[in-house]
Ligand binder design. Sequence first.
Ligand SMILES: Cc1cc2nc3c(=O)[nH]c(=O)nc-3n(C[C@H](O)[C@H](O)[C@H](O)COP(=O)(O)OP(=O)(O)OC[C@H]3O[C@@H](n4cnc5c(N)ncnc54)[C@H](O)[C@@H]3O)c2cc1C
Length: 258
Amino acid sequence: MNVLIVYAHPEPKSLNGSLKDFSVKRLEEAGHTVQVSDLYAMNWKALLDAHDSVERQAGERFDPSRESKHAYANGLQSKDIEREQEKLKWADAVILQFPLWWFSMPAILKGWVERVYAYGFAYGVGEHSDARWGERYGEGMFAGKRAMLVVSTGGWESHYSSRGINGPMNDVLFPIQHGILYYPGFDVLPPFVIHRTSRVDAAKYAEVSDALGQRLDALWTTTPIPFRPQNDGAYTIPDLTLRADIAPDRVGFAAHVE
Ligand SMILES: Cc1cc2nc3c(=O)[nH]c(=O)nc-3n(C[C@H](O)[C@H](O)[C@H](O)COP(=O)(O)OP(=O)(O)OC[C@H]3O[C@@H](n4cnc5c(N)ncnc54)[C@H](O)[C@@H]3O)c2cc1C
C-alpha cells in the first residue's frame, strides 16, 4: 500500500519528528511505500494567493475559488500544488501529523489544505440536484482511501474529555476529521493522540511509539469513524439538515456520527 504522511513541525529533533521517523520505518518494514511531505523542510508556501496559478485569469479582482477552478481545469496550477495532488492520488492512506497549536493544525498545514484542495479536485465535484449535493461527505476524489490524524497536545487527556475544559477531543478535531478529511471522501480512522507532551521521557516515548506502531499495523483493518454520508437519505436536500427522525436527541457535531 502507498502511504502519504503530511507532516508539520519545524524541528526534526522534536517529539513529532521522532514519531514521524518511527512511522516511516514501521510502515516500510511492513512492506508499504511511504512518501513524506515535510512541510517546513519543503519551505511550503502556506498562503493561498494569486500566485497559485501560473497564468492568472483576466480581471482585477482575485477570486480564490474561481481562480482555483480555472487553474485546476486548465493545467495552470503552480507545480508545488500539482505535486501534492499527485501524492494524494497515489496514496491509499494519508496521515496528517502535527502538534495541536491553538486548538487546530499549524498554519503551514492549513495552508497546504487550502492550496492543494483545489476546486474540482477536493470540492465543487459532482452533480447538484434534488437527490445529490455534489460528491462530498463520504463521496469525492478520495473515496476508498483512508486517513488518520497523529496529533500531540500539551494538554492532558482529562482536559479533552467529555466534560474537560478544552472540549472533547472529537469535537476539537471535528472540523479537520469531518470537514477536511471526510468531506472529500476519505474514510477517517480514529485519531492517534499523544497528550501531555511535556511529560514524555524515554519510558513514555517507548509506550507511545509502541501504541502508534500498533495503530499503523492496523491502518487497513481499523473501523473508520461512522460519519453519516450526505447523499444516502439521512439529510434533506438542499437544506442539508439531518432528518428529524434520525437521532432526534442529538445535536451539534455528535449528530453527524452514526
Ligand atoms: C503556538 C502553540 C500553540 C499551542 N496550542 C496548544 C493547544 O491549543 N492545545 C494544547 O493542548 N497544546 C497546545 N500547545 C502545546 C503543543 O501541542 C505541544 O507543545 C506539542 O504537541 C509538543 O510536541 P513537540 O513535537 O513539539 O514536542 P517536543 O517539545 O519536541 O517534545 C516533548 C517532550 O518529548 C520529549 N521527546 C522528544 N523526542 C523524544 C524521543 N525521541 N525520546 C524520548 N523523549 C522525547 C522531549 O524531551 C520533551 O520532553 C501549543 C504550543 C504552541 C507552540
